[in-house]
Design a protein around this ligand. Structure first.
Ligand code: SAM
Length: 227
């Protein structure tokens, strides 16, 4: 089996003709959302589907900056039931940590039952990302804010969280769903406006990639904080 590390903690595995993206399973033997487990000696990988995770889609679409590695501290806004978060948890490993915020009870309950109770590096937070001060007792300064809340004011949400929690020169990744912002506008115009929203709030936006064919009308922006 041919395994290539694309960036720290993120792997591409050749399985016959197929190549799959994968992360090293922090909880060997356990799947999170029915993904394939791939064994190589004493290591076990979890296949990471770009159709289920916008972060995986962005990596396969060739994003150059993936500001995540073993030991990273991540504030994840819109963690839902943890599909993507599970791979972020694999990547940051036991030395890193993910604080996952969501305001919906049901998916957060699933995240606790299926994921965080088995992993020491995820802290679930039931909270509104528009009110970051409400979880200030729980979250320290982080290296990356990953945002996937699908809200029209997402750039503002990221900026408010950055002010309280992002290290100077830390990173933000923001998934943009154009239909959640304005269904009447062409997706490119929505991406441009959202990116401008980050720029005017202290971020240098380094890249924006569209996520098709994995997700329609979605893009991922990667930005660096200037504080
Ligand atoms: C597209 S889903 C996230 C999917 C997830 N990131 C993944 O890849 O597995 C968006 C989530 O954002 C949450 N959300 C939306 N607005 C929010 C807010 N203001 N505060 C906290 N969570 C929010 C929703 O409840 C929903 O679970």
């Amino acid at each position: 089996m041919e395994i290539r590390e694309l960036s720290p903690g993120i792997f591409e595995i050749a399985l016959g003709e197929k190549r799959v993206l994968a992360t090293l399973n922090l909880t060997p033997g356990r799947t999170v959302y029915g993904e394939q487990l791939i064994r190589d000696g004493d290591r076990e990988y979890r296949a990471w589907s770009p159709y289920r995770s916008k972060l995986a889609a962005a990596i396969l679409k060739g994003i150059r900056n993936v500001p995540l590695s073993p030991g990273s501290r991540v504030l994840y806004l819109g963690v839902a039931s943890g599909t993507t978060c599970s791979h972020v948890s694999d990547i940051v490993g036991p030395e890193g940590h993910v604080w996952g915020v969501d305001f919906a009870h049901r998916p957060l309950r699933d995240l606790i039952d299926n994921l965080s109770r088995y992993r020491g590096n995820i802290s679930p937070i039931l909270g509104d990302a528009r009110r970051p001060e409400s979880y200030s007792a729980l979250v320290p300064r982080v290296d990356l804010i990953y945002a996937d809340v699908a809200q029209p004011d997402q750039a503002l949400i990221v900026a408010k969280n950055a002010e309280l929690y992002l290290k100077p020169t830390g990173w933000a990744m923001m998934a943009i769903k154009s239909r959640s912002v304005d269904v009447t506008l062409p997706p490119q115009q929505v991406y441009d406006e959202q990116v401008e929203g980050l720029r005017t709030r202290g971020f240098e936006v380094l890249e924006v990639v569209e996520l098709k064919p994995y997700e329609r009308d979605h893009a991922m922006a990667v930005a660096r904080y200037r504080g």
